[in-house]
Design a protein around this ligand. Sequence first.
Ligand SMILES: *Cc1c(COP(=O)(O)O)cnc(C)c1O
Length: 600
Amino acid sequence: MYYLRDFVSKQTVNPTNMVFTGETTPWEVVMDLDDIKSKLNLEYFRQSPPSILKYLPLLPIKNQADFITLRESATPLIRARKLGRSLGIDLMLKVEGKNPTGSFKDRGTAVEISVAREMGAKAIILASTGNMAASCACYASAAGIPCFILVPEGVPPGKLSQVLAFGGHIVQVKGTYNDAADLAYKIASEMGFYLAGDYAFRLEGAKTAAFEIIDQMLFQVPDYLVVPIGCGTNIGGYYKGFMDYYRLGLIDRLPRIIGVQAEGAKSVVNSFEQKRNEIDILPSINTLASAIAVANPIDGLKALEAINSTNGYAASVTDNEILAAQHLLAKGEGVFAESSAAATIAAIQKLISQGKIEAHKKVMCILTGDGLKDPQVVLKAAIKPPTIYPKTTEFNKLYQNGFFDGKSMVFVEKSDVLFTTEPSKSDIVRELQNLLSATYADDYVEKIHSSLIKMVQKGKIITISDFQDSIQSVLESPKNITAKDVFSVVDFTVDTAKDKKAKASVIVNIDGQEYTAKSEGTGPVDALIKALTHACRDTLEFKLTEYKVEIRGQGTDANVYVEMKLQQGTHSSIGSGTSPDIIQASIEAFAGAYNGFNLV
Ligand SMILES: *Cc1c(COP(=O)(O)O)cnc(C)c1O
């Protein structure tokens, strides 16, 4: 029914062990299309609705009744009217993020895990930190096969929460991603586990998306198909799927296929531009679009074939172009795609402006993953929402001042320097306009001003990222316009040394009266908060119930954001502060929270 061959040499390969095939160069599955055609009722096939089960005869599955499926596929195809009109094309979106685990990977995983079970694999193993891991853990659990995921040490656990939910066994490996991948390969070979990943069977699952697009478009072919390239398996799958349909006589031409990579990981684009038919391994990669951050794409040659034999293009886009496109798509069309997927939108904007995609063409962008997969990327670019006291006057102040007319996202190089010396208030007004097209009320500008001045006094050079932090903390800690602040810290000292308790002393001003207090603590922040609490004890009875710290930016001079919640009876008040100095940020947060009680 099918055989395996080497993709480059086209030599048949005959692995003796089908659980662990040891594929190190790309292979391909060759299906007997003449045989399939003779058995299919093509008229019936043409008329039946798209579904993974419909495509089973075109997949390398021996026992179709045992196919493991969670109804991946049949994902929405949406016409992006507004965005299409503004670009002068007929733009369609294939929303692959609507698959069971939120990415197109599920199509390939369904086939891979079904094959693994058919061959009697006792476990699945793979190295991955992303969508592949989530998808394999999901389908392995559906198949009742244990799944081992090897990740390099230090991967944020949030990225693997889906794997944990599906009961996947995660093991952290000391070393890089490549060390984890090498180990997965060795374990699979020694223990007889099925090595999952971008191998030949996965591509067979991926190709069902091409069938589906043609079915959903009632056998019309789009003019351009735009796909992000990571390892190149998905784009290779599209090409193969269209070729299958072409050879079955279901379509009479192929779309021109456009592959998209991030500027910081453009191995295939390099080869395309140099008209070479080999892929260089990149010495380093740098992009926030993590699903396409690949140095050595195993199916890079399949990606090149898809592009070159359909007279397509390979294009690269910058991270900021990707983020802006992601926002444009979500805001303009209501479709929230993962950054790697939104790269397709950034690419067509570029290709249209270069005249490489002509007006009125039917363009299909493949949105490979759901935006919810990586909310951190969005949060980094966003100005988070402001906090106000519960008064209509406060809301009106934002509304009337045009606060909501400004941008809520910043897509610029965050490390660019904005101020090296103390900025004036008009400098701040100007930069707010430049960066956010925003006009803020005077009291906001004043607070941003004083927070920046404090940073400069601490010796910090103000970058765009610092500016954003200070806007952020001002928006999050509202100025109480109806009550005057009663609490402020006049001065403090903190002493800390190796293996000793930390000591803090504070002078605070409460309603015009000064109080001093001292305290010890297990660390400097603990000592300080105890001293502050001590100093306030006679004026207000409260408890510290939450203390949250977030490092914003990189390096030892990064801004620290502190949020603190004080509880007084049933009332609570949250304060926040931002400073390169955690103690100073804690003091601001404390003052904000304390003054918040004034309203109630
Ligand atoms: C895996 C992945 C890609 C890259 O696909 P390849 O088959 O590796 O080229 C792109 N986008 C998302 C969301 C992915 O999960």
